[in-house]
Design a protein around this ligand. Sequence first.
Ligand SMILES: [Zn+2]
Length: 407
Amino acid sequence: MRIDRLCWEFNRDCKLTNVVDKVNEIIDCIWMNKYEIREYVKDFFKDVEMCKRCVQPVTRPKVYFNEEGICGACLWEEQKKGINWEEREKELSGIVKWAKKEASKRGSYDCVIGVSGGKDSTFTALYARDRLGLNCLLVNAAPAQQTRIGQHNIDNLLSLGFDVVTLKVNPIFLRKLIRKDFYEHLNTSKPTEYPLWASSYQMALGYNIPLVIQGENAALTLGVRKDGSSLDGNAIMGGSINTRSGGNAFEVYGGYDGIDEKDLLLYKFPSIELLKKADVHAIWLQYYAREWSQYGNARVAIMNGMHVRDDTLSNLGRIHKWSCLDNDFHMVNQFFKFVKLGFGFATDEVCYDIREGLLTREQGLELVEKYDGLVGDEYIKCFCDYVGIGFDEFFKVVMKWLPKKKQ
Ligand SMILES: [Zn+2]
C-alpha cells in the first residue's frame, strides 16, 4: 500500500518513468513513525503463542513453558502456595547468623546490596536491616544519565539511614558501548547491566563482606529457566547469569574503539573461584521472603519515601509508574524489545499483576493492547541526543530490526 502510494506520488510529481525501480532504490531511506512500527509489530506477532494463564509470549528469550503451555513464572506462582515459609525463614536466619559472625571477625559490614533506589532495592535494604537486623552497605552502580527521580531515590536511602557507595563508570566509554549496542543489537541495556550486577560482588570482595543480598531472581519472576539459572536461594551465580547472554564484558567490548580490558574493570563479574576463596555467599531475597511481590514492594518503598514516575502511561509504555525509575533509556529499550520480540514492558507488568491476582487475563490483554510498545518522543529524543543521532537515523536503525514477513 505504501509503495503504491509512493509510486503514484513520484509519478505525478517527478514524472519518473521507472518509478518502481526508483522506489526500491530509495526504500531504505524511508522510515515509519513509531505508531506505524507498533501496528506492524502487533500484526506480525498477532498469532504468537502465549502462556495459558498470563500473557507471557513464547518469544521471550530462554523462557520455559511446560507441556500444558504454562510459563515458568506461573508455575513458580503455583509452587509458592506449597512452600514451607517457616522452613525457609529458618534457613535464612542461619545465613544471617553466619554473616553477622563472619562480619564481626572480619570487621566489615554484614552484607552488601546493589541498589537503584527503586521499589525492589528499597524493599530489600529495609528488609535486610529492619527484619533481619543486618548492617548493610548499599552499592549504587549509577546508570547513564541518571534521572532526577533516580537521584532522589538514592538520596532517600541515605536519609533512611544507610551507607551508600555510588559507582560511576567512565561516561565516555559507556556512551560508546551503548551506541555500539544500539547499532549492532538494538539492545542498549547490557553496558549498564554489567557494572550493575558486578558491583555488589566486587564490593563484597573489596570490603571483605561475607554476604551479598540480591532481590529478584529472574528465573522465578520471568519464568526464564533455559540458561541454567538456579531456582533455589543461592545467588552466587546471579550476576553472571543475568549478564551471561551477553558473555563476558571483556570478550564483548574489549578492543572496541580504543577500549581495552583495563577500562572495563567495573564491568567484570568476579570469578566463582575468587568468591569462594573469600568465603562470599549470596542469596536471592525473593526466595526467602514470603512478602516479596511487585505491588507489596512498591507499597513499602513508596511509604518510605520513594518517588515514582511523573508521566502518562502512554508515554511510558507501561501500566504502572513505579518501575525502572533511574534512567529514561529504559522506555526506549523496551520499545526496541517490542520491535524485535513483539512485547514490551507493559506485557511484563500485566503478567506480574495477573499472577498476583490483581488482573484477569482479559483485563491484562486489554492493557497490553493499550500500552505495550508505546514510548514518548521526549525519551527517544533524550536517547538520540545521548548517542548523537537524529530521529531519522533512529528510525532507520529500528526498521532494520523489524521482523520480516515471509514472502
Ligand atoms: Zn504464565
